[in-house]
Structures are given as structure tokens and as C-alpha cells.
Design a protein around this ligand. Structure first.
Ligand SMILES: *Cc1c(COP(=O)(O)O)cnc(C)c1O
Length: 411
């Protein structure tokens, strides 16, 4: 009898040490590089009742939003807002400007570049898929060389992912534009700015971008569900001759309608309420401040990675993304195991490795509605996770990031 009681006491004690609940206290850390955290102000704006999308209040809303979104892209060009994921506006960029069997140039610079290429393949385009080092991104000299070799100027479009969210590498659009100019090539320039626009300076007109693709759930702080096409006059001219089949995406339907504050179908009304609030927030912060904030957080994250003795997946420091840091794990260590330990122990989601980087890297999103302490909380979760998951690392990454943030407080 006495023995039994001792055994029960022992079992009871053991169970108290085990987690017997899935309850997570406090706020989940959503640190994937999109969708990003949605601030309460935006959540509340979205909670407004749906309105008549054919009524005057709705057109007033859209006409208020469009010029302000243009400012963020630094453009006077027309802009369309689709109720879709960014993948939809990839498709839109293709079907609106190209014809079957057209030649285009794309770059094997990461997993999003690859996914965009698959969309182009499905439309039967002929793709010059330029090899790249996923750790270094696109080499502008290569663009110049290849375009110069295209003597008959058959390439209709050069298609670039500005900030490769899968690799943590940001390409220089200024240099890419210069390369196209040097080659005196008339190809359109289409840019996936899904994880750069709203966080990294984006100069649509100055860079001569013909079609920009963007989404709502990264730097813009909104939930997923809106995407953008910003189109130049040259792109609109190409559109007139483009014969790929299209319906939902057809600029000829969407553009005139959007420009009068309406849609040819039922739009995502409540997300547009959220967009209006996001624009107010961006204007309150100021775009320069917003860019600096993203820059400093990326630097602090990279400093932490270095202090841990781990490698930034991006091998060229000046091309390191300001919105996402992809971290390589040492050989024979699983990035996904680390991620699941961190999710389990600290209720934080980090980005998985995509495509050929699966299990080899994890990605820290530091974009959108974000601040110093959110970054430090994120880095603390990583540092504790490295310890628990038995990944070899040096302590002091969080400390190094803190020192950086303090010393750059007013820069
Ligand atoms: C997230 C992302 C996409 C895809 O966006 P969806 O909204 O998921 O379709 C495309 N390109 C880049 C660079 C991205 O980061």
C-alpha cells in the first residue's frame, strides 16, 4: 500500500513536468517573410461592414487609395488592384502583354523566380532561363551580354524578381535597368516586387519598370488577398497587341473600371478598407523612415547570424535583403527541425526553406508592422531554439543585435 502511494506521488510529479496542454499564452510570433503581422489598426478597419461596391462611398474609397498607392511606387503610371494572391498578378503580367510563343528572359535566381517561370511555361512562352547563383542573385552584366546577343531583338520581356524571398537576396533594379539600356534592347521590364515594395525603395518610373507585381501580405501589413499591377505606357501598348487568352485579368476591363473607382466584378471591399488604413500608417511613418527601419532590422539580423557563427544564405552583403534573412544551417542539421522546435517551445513561426533550400535554410521575416523589440524577441527565439535543437552555435547573437540597434538609434 505504502509503495503504491509512493509510485503515485512519483507519477504525479512527473506529469506536472510534462506539457499537458496546447494552450499558448501571449501573442504568436508570425515571423515568416509574409504573410506579415497585421497591426490592430488594420484589423479594425477590415472589421467595418461591407458596403455596396457600386455605390458612391465605394468609388470614393478607391479613388482615394489609388493615387496614394502610386506614390509608394514612385509612379504616375496606372495601377490595378486585384482581389487575388500575388501569383494572380504574375499571371496577369504575362497574359496582358505577351502572345503565344513569345520569347522572354527569366532568371534562375530563387524559388519565386522558378514559380513565375512555371506560369510562363504553362502559357507556352519560349523562355531563356538564365542560370544564376541562388546565393548571389542576378548578374546585370549577364543581362547586358545576353540582350546584346539577341541581334534580332526577339526577346519581348525581361522578368526579374527584385527581392527573392526564398534566398534573401535583393537584386539592384538600377543596375538591371542600366544593363538593358546599355544593350539598347526594347524588351519590356517586368518586376516581381512582392516582398520589396512598401519596405524597400521602389522607383517604378525612374527604373523604367513596365509591369510591377506586388501583393498585400508582405510589407503592406495587410492580410493576404490583394495584388497589384503597375503598368507603364509601353506595357499598355504591348497589351493592345498581346494575344494570350485572358478574361479575369484583362487590363482592358480592370483598368478603366478601377480608374473610375469601380471594379468589373465584386472587389475585396473590406481589404480595401484595410489598405486605406495601411496607407495612413505609411504616411504617418514616412517612407524614408520606413525604408531605414527595414534596413536597420536587416543589418541587426545579419549581425546576430554572424555572431552565432552561422552563415547568411546571401553571399554578397550589399545584396542582402532588407525584408528577409535566410540563414543556412550547418551540414547535417535540419532547418525544419529547428523551426518546429521553435514553434513548439516559443510559439514562433519562421519561414521554411523553399524548393532546393528545403530543410537547409530557415528564413526570418523582418518586414511590415515591426519594431526593435519584435526583432529582438524573434532573434531570442532563434537563439534559444538553436540551443534546444542542439545546433552548434555561439552565444551572443541577440546581444550583438542589441548593440547594433542602440548604436544606430538615431541614424
Ligand atoms: C510571396 C511572394 C510571391 C507569391 O505571393 P502569393 O501572394 O503567395 O501568390 C511571389 N513572389 C515573391 C517574391 C514573394 O515573396
Amino acid at each position: 500500500m505504502r509503495n503504491c502511494i509512493i509510485i503515485f506521488l512519483y507519477l504525479g510529479k512527473n506529469m506536472a513536468n510534462k506539457k499537458i496542454t496546447n494552450y499558448k499564452s501571449g501573442r504568436h510570433f508570425l515571423q515568416v517573410p509574409g504573410p506579415s503581422n497585421v497591426p490592430d489598426r488594420i484589423t479594425q478597419a477590415i472589421a467595418n461592414p461591407t458596403i455596396d461596391h457600386r455605390g458612391p462611398a465605394f468609388s470614393e474609397l478607391v479613388l482615394n487609395i489609388i493615387p496614394r498607392v502610386k506614390k509608394i511606387f514612385n509612379t504616375d503610371s496606372p495601377i490595378m488592384i486585384y482581389p487575388s494572391s500575388a501569383t494572380g498578378s504574375w499571371e496577369s503580367s504575362i497574359v496582358n502583354t505577351l502572345s503565344p510563343k513569345d520569347k522572354i528572359m527569366m532568371f534562375d535566381s530563387g524559388d519565386f523566380a522558378l514559380k513565375w517561370k512555371i506560369v510562363a511555361e504553362r502559357f507556352g512562352l519560349e523562355i531563356a532561363y538564365v542560370p544564376c547563383d541562388w546565393r548571389a542573385g542576378i548578374d546585370p552584366n549577364m543581362i547586358e551580354k545576353l540582350l546584346k546577343e539577341d541581334k534580332k531583338q526577339e526577346i519581348k520581356s525581361v522578368m526579374v524578381v527584385h527581392n527573392e524571398t526564398s534566398t534573401g537576396v535583393a537584386n539592384s533594379m538600377k543596375e538591371i535597368r542600366e544593363a538593358i539600356n546599355q544593350a539598347k534592347h526594347p524588351a519590356l521590364l517586368m518586376v516581381d516586387a512582392v516582398s520589396s515594395a512598401f519596405s524597400i525603395e521602389y522607383l517604378q518610373d525612374e527604373w523604367g519598370v513596365d509591369v510591377t507585381i506586388a501583393g498585400s501580405q508582405k510589407g503592406l501589413m495587410l492580410p493576404p488577398g490583394l495584388s497589384f499591377n503597375v503598368v507603364s505606357e509601353k506595357a499598355l501598348n504591348a497589351h493592345k497587341k498581346a494575344s494570350l487568352p485572358k478574361s479575369y485579368w484583362d487590363w482592358s476591363d480592370v483598368l478603366p473600371s478601377n480608374e473610375t473607382g469601380f471594379y468589373p466584378y465584386t472587389p475585396a471591399t473590406t481589404l480595401l478598407f484595410g489598405l486605406k488604413e495601411a496607407l495612413i500608417m505609411i504616411e504617418e511613418e514616412g517612407m524614408e523612415n520606413m525604408y531605414k527601419r527595414h534596413y536597420h532590422h536587416s543589418q541587426a539580423a545579419q549581425i546576430a547570424v554572424k555572431a552565432w557563427g552561422l552563415e547568411n544564405h546571401c553571399s554578397i552583403p550589399k545584396k542582402s535583403s532588407h525584408t528577409v534573412t535566410a540563414v543556412k544551417l550547418p551540414e547535417n542539421h535540419s532547418a525544419n527541425n529547428l523551426r518546429s522546435v521553435i514553434l513548439e517551445e516559443f510559439d514562433m513561426s519562421l519561414g521554411t526553406g523553399l524548393g532546393k533550400l528545403m530543410d537547409k535554410v530557415f528564413r526570418i521575416g523582418h518586414l511590415g508592422s515591426f519594431n526593435d523589440l519584435m526583432l529582438l524577441g524573434t532573434l531570442s527565439g532563434v537563439e534559444m531554439g538553436l540551443e534546444i535543437a542542439n545546433v552548434p552555435y555561439n552565444k551572443g547573437g541577440v546581444q550583438a543585435a542589441m548593440s547594433y540597434l542602440i548604436s544606430n538609434k538615431n541614424n
